[in-house]
Design a protein. Structure first.
Length: 166
């Protein structure tokens, strides 16, 4: 997928974020910092990481600036409502930064976190892939906890079988 128009990309990105928030809202507040192992992110860490990397790495890098990411711990936002608010705030800031990008700027070179040149739109595509990857981890955490997972696209697997022809 090549991104040639920032308006259509941002509209698409809103749908990505809403699905991620749907999964985060399904995490019970008392399980926000639960980990299945000591060396992995909690759902809270994953949400903060998605938000902080979006704003401080991908947005900065797409504009040709170095990453400003400093981590994803509870010092950024603690508690269910605060983590959701943090994700929303980082998303608003990212959208404001990206909204002015022209087609020429999307085709121009940004920087990877390591400082290597990369086409700006490719960074935006990677930002979406990054979010989907970590949202999937949260989805698995819900399953491990025995918590019902929200359908991401309107139909569950059972619905899909029911709607399909034999």
């Amino acid at each position: 997928m090549e991104i040639r128009n920032i308006e259509s990309f941002l509209a698409y990105f809103e749908t990505i974020r809403e699905r991620t928030l749907r999964v985060l809202r399904a995490v019970p507040p008392e399980k926000l910092e639960w980990r299945h192992a000591d060396d992995v992110f909690s759902s809270g860490d994953l949400a903060r990481h998605i938000a902080a990397v979006e704003r401080y790495t991908f947005a900065e890098n797409a504009l040709g600036r170095p990453s400003r990411y400093r981590g994803c711990g509870p010092e950024l936002a603690e508690g269910h409502d605060s983590v959701i608010a943090f994700m929303q705030q980082m998303h608003r800031e990212t959208v404001e930064m990206l909204q002015p990008l022209t087609p020429d700027q999307l085709a121009a070179k940004g920087l990877t976190p390591q400082g290597a040149p990369i086409t700006a739109w490719k960074l935006l595509r990677a930002m979406v892939e990054h979010e989907a990857h970590h949202r999937g981890e949260m989805y698995v955490y819900l399953a491990l906890l025995g918590i019902e997972r929200p359908p991401l696209y309107g139909a569950t697997e059972q619905d899909l079988r029911r709607f399909s022809v034999a």
